[in-house]
Design a protein around this ligand. Structure first.
Ligand code: SAM
Length: 245
């Protein structure tokens, strides 16, 4: 079911169900009252990543308080995406963009990975979390991806989840077209890894290429910026073996 884009969407922590009533917190009050200029009876779509999407009405019991009351569920909670997006931190601006696009493209987990050539520092978790929520609100994404702690590539691979297949965007891959390699992937639990501006080191590349649960893919004849590569890779993965089928 397509989302309704007429109404504003708001991510909330509260449980949502028939007749649920909860108060806007400080940030939400500011956003609703001063940015959206909401008034008595304003309606929006609330979601919390667990209970689907709910048409919700605003009342102002006092000038300083907003109460939100659910009216009806407009979309059920979809199954969570099972595509993990692993990325080496980039410089802040591009990282904001990259995390938001990963959410829009259906990532189910956002996983910062520390690799040898990482130039940026790992972004603050609250910044990444804010980007995840912003993308979910703007694009009607109801299963909000989980955000993992940054971890070293070697440790992540050491403790790799059985049954999950890792697609490695390898700028040194021989061929140019990713479709042939992607069509060999049988797993339903997927993950994708994109390197930093400085690329993967030779050791990292041979470590990745030596693992049975890894498939290397090219992304065309040109070197892409990491945030471009992320969107390109997510598109071809979703279209061939992901949830665009
Ligand atoms: N090492 C690259 C170079 O030679 O300039 C720079 C790395 S690129 C900016 C960042 C990441 O995007 C790479 O590590 C890779 O994961 C992905 N990527 C970029 N272009 C790609 C391509 N043509 N094929 C596969 N992956 C690519």
């Amino acid at each position: 079911m397509r989302a309704n884009y007429r109404l504003q969407r708001l991510f909330v922590e509260a449980d949502l169900g028939p007749g649920a009533e909860f108060e806007a917190d400080k940030d939400q009050f500011h956003y609703l009252a001063h940015v959206l200029r909401a008034s008595e009876g304003t309606e929006l779509l609330a979601f919390n990543g667990r209970d689907g999407e709910w048409l919700t009405r605003l009342t102002f019991p006092t000038r300083k308080k907003i109460t939100l009351t659910t009216v009806e569920q407009t979309r059920p909670q979809p199954a969570p995406s099972d595509l993990h997006y692993l990325f080496a931190p980039l410089k802040t601006g591009r990282m904001d963009y990259m995390v938001q696009k990963a959410v829009e493209m259906g990532a189910g987990a956002i996983r910062p990975v520390m690799t040898r050539h990482v130039q940026g520092k790992p972004a603050k978790p609250e910044r990444l979390a804010a980007n995840i929520v912003e993308a979910a609100e703007q694009c009607g994404v109801l299963s909000v991806p989980e955000l993992r702690e940054p971890a070293r590539l070697e440790d992540i691979l050491d403790q790799w989840e059985p049954g999950r297949h890792l697609i490695f965007c390898d700028e040194d891959a021989e061929s140019q077209n990713p479709l042939a390699a992607l069509q060999t992937v049988q797993a339903s639990k997927l993950a994708l890894i994109v390197g930093p501006e400085g690329g993967f080191s030779d050791d990292e590349r041979s470590l990745l290429r030596g693992l049975p649960f890894v498939t290397a893919i090219p992304l065309g004849p040109r070197i892409l910026r990491a945030d471009t590569a992320a969107v390109a890779a997510l598109a071809v993965i979703q279209a061939t073996i992901g949830d665009w089928r």
